[in-house]
Design a protein around this ligand. Structure first.
Ligand code: PBG
Length: 336
């Protein structure tokens, strides 16, 4: 055998050698755990299509947040499910709504945990669209002041991060200006810069009751066929003041994460969405994939594509296995 052949297997022979040669790592501090907080709930309401997840009261959300923090999870991302909905989604900026209540409790109980508040109107509008309807269309510019009001309500409650997911043009600039004017210079904006009109949001819409009653979101969320547009959106959001940009969904859009990573100079987040989570669970339930290994592999794939931060419904399980592993480097092999 010639000595000039590539002996790639040399670096794969033992766990220690594989750990030594490993290019990508995942830390619990990079994980963001989504939580659903509902109004008027007294106990956990499990979400059938998202095993292990439930709609929570603000108290239960704070308890969950404390558990996640103890496991080393860096952040939680809060979604609200209001008691009443209207045309404008006005419950989104109610200072006593479930999200502001949960923010206050979490910041009180676990001040070091980073609290992200999702900003969008779709959970709060009676029609289920992410903005105000004018002549049957989602009107961009009249939606902006409402997103600003919601952002201010969450900042006032103590949110560290404001995360607009509505896909209205100019919302990052509007939110940044309003936060600064109100003295919230220190609050981070994570923009869902490249959010695609995706089939993979199904379970989330069940959980949050936010399916549009008419039409779909293709007039504001992105066309799955595009990647240059994602770069354009991300660059625009950074210019408008985004501190972090997000790509969503995750696994079907690895090329988009890579393209955005190469063009911006801020951290990039990837959102492994509800449908991705549900698919892996459904396949595992049938014995068709190993859930733990698929979870590790999909997470490291998002990191490898270039995302520093991962929003994932697997945050708890990932943090548990990171904690259990003798060396974090072994996590990809599921040695926990
Ligand atoms: C909008 C929002 C959605 C998700 C996060 N923010 C739903 C949508 O755009 O329809 C989806 C997240 C997921 O599927 O996990 N507020």
């Amino acid at each position: 055998m010639k000595t000039s052949i590539l002996r790639g297997r040399r670096l794969r022979r033992t766990p220690a050698l594989r750990a030594m040669a490993r290019e990508t790592h995942l830390q619990a501090s990079q994980l963001v755990a989504p939580l659903f907080v509902g109004e008027g709930l007294t106990r956990r309401e499990p979400i059938a299509s998202m095993p292990g997840h439930a709609r929570l009261s603000p108290e239960l959300a704070a308890r969950e947040a404390a558990d996640l923090a103890a496991l080393g999870v860096g952040s939680v991302l809060l979604f609200g499910i209001p008691g009443t909905k209207d045309d404008l989604g006005s419950a989104a900026w109610n200072p006593d709504g479930p999200v502001p209540q949960a923010i206050r409790r979490i910041k009180h109980d676990v001040p070091d945990l980073v609290v992200w508040a999702d900003v969008c109107l779709c959970e709060y509008t009676s029609h289920g669209h992410c903005g105000v309807l004018c002549d049957g269309e989602v009107d961009n510019d009249s939606t902006l002041p409402l997103l600003v009001r919601a952002s201010l309500a969450y900042a006032e409650a103590g949110a560290d991060v404001i995360a607009p997911s509505d896909m209205m043009d100019g919302r990052v600039a509007a939110i940044r200006a309003a936060l600064d004017e109100a003295g919230f210079h220190d609050r981070v904006i994570v923009s869902y810069a490249a959010k695609y009109a995706s089939a993979f949001y199904g379970p989330f819409r069940d959980a949050a009751g936010s399916t549009p009653q008419q039409g779909d979101r293709r007039g504001y969320q992105m066309d799955p066929a595009n990647v240059c547009e994602a770069v354009r959106e991300a660059l625009a959001d950074v210019r408008e003041g985004a501190d972090v940009v997000m790509v969503k969904p995750g696994l079907p859009y690895l090329d988009v994460i890579r393209a955005v990573r190469e063009r911006v100079d801020v951290p990039v987040a990837a959102y492994q969405v509800s449908g991705e989570y549900a698919m892996l669970h459904a396949a595992a339930e049938r014995g068709w994939v190993d859930l733990t290994r698929a979870m590790h592999e999909s997470s490291i794939a998002l990191r490898r594509a270039g995302a520093e931060l991962l929003v994932t419904y697997f945050a708890r399980e990932l943090a548990q296995s990171l904690q259990a592993a003798a060396l974090p480097a072994f996590v990809v092999e599921g040695r926990s």
